[in-house]
Design a protein around this ligand. Sequence first.
Ligand SMILES: [Zn+2]
Ligand SMILES: [Zn+2]
Length: 482
Amino acid sequence: MQAASLIHDEREQDHLVRLAAGLGEQSTSPANLERLAARAAAGQDPHARFGPNGLEAAIAEVGAALTVPAARAREFIEAGSVLRHQLPFIGATLGAGRIDLPRFLAVVRRTALCTPEKLDLLDKIIAADIETREPMSMVRFLVMIDKHIATHDPAATRRRRELVDSERNISVRPDRHTPGQSRIGGSLPAEQAAAVDARLTAMAAAVHADDPRTAAQRRADALVGLAHGANALDCRCETCTSDPDAGGIDADPATVAAPSDTARSDGSPDATESPCAPRPTFHIVVNLSSLLGLDDDPAFLDGQGILDADTARRLVAGARRTYIRPDVVAEPRRIDRYAPSKMLADQVRAGELCCSFPGCNNRAFHTDVDHDIPFAQGGPTNPRNLKPLCRFHHRIKTFAVGWRDYHDPLGEVFFQSPAGHTYLGNAFTGRDVFGSLTRTGRPPDDAARQRIDTVRARRAASIKRADQRAMDRWNAENPPPF
Ligand SMILES: [Zn+2]
Ligand SMILES: [Zn+2]
């Protein structure tokens, strides 16, 4: 990427020199060249008007050298320029292999709206975080980047928000490869996309278990249903389709939402849905202080990433809430049941951001909460023995031979593979985003912590005594004037 950027530097110079030659100019100082380029273009020089500029010339060369399309070559040149001039420290972590190319390009794109001074600061902060942490999954990495941007350059986060709002779109196009099939795509602000996603999932789930369709098919049917103005999916199980009086899912009392519940659905302030519509649910983690407007710390939208405080406040205003209080949850009397309480499960999930298996990006609030040491073997139901695992990794851990997992005394989750490698499951977690979720470090009864506490207390006491002696000496040598 540095080479691509350097070629671009050269080709820009060549381009300007050629324009100067065309105008019979000898001086090729940078300031003069820019002026000449403008003059050449105004004077209808076909080279200046239609010819490739320095960037285009470089794109062609880089594309040929790497056998990549023009768009990819352009990306390398631009990223190379950012690497050389704006994010040299993060570039160094790429060079050292601490991050890979997709992660570096993600940083380049996500910091694109930051001002140069903020870029300087973010470059150092993010590079330091990359250097000091174990490798992390892509979702955790993006949350880390966005958290730093939201914290240190809130103006950039607001600009990003406006851009994201203005770029919303949905497209429907014929599929190039499959006749008779079309593709639906598009971009939405994350919380709106989450609302659509949650609505489709809720509609797809609110049919009887023996509905013959797959979950994916039911989600598709739900979207088409919405287009037709329906807010619930017709069940296609044998009972519902053979008996016209069964009346679809409404006949099952378990799937009818209580009327009092429907006005407040998690994350959706919309109070107009009919009592029979399945309730869509998505999850937002936000500091209480931000909710109260005392600060603008970023929030986390499960499955999507960092969310700005304004949007989080708006969404949570109409949502059902769980207040997480790590100090209360850790109470020992709560640990002797197998199933964690909702508050404990929420704390475990919020503290991890996603499935805690290394590299996994599956959303935390769709995972199982797993005991490291099984409950049946005496494993307690508390945060130090619980972690979120998606269904796939839960099955791997439970049934595959040779996987081990444990929390260390600091509360970090580790996984050991059948080959004997040890992986940190959670190099960047919810506890890095939300300081109030931070575990209190070593448990109070930890031997090392007790030792350090004793040493500190002793040192503090001796300093105090020395201070007192110095004060006494000074008083003795300087008696008050009376
Ligand atoms: Zn049915
Ligand atoms: Zn997983």
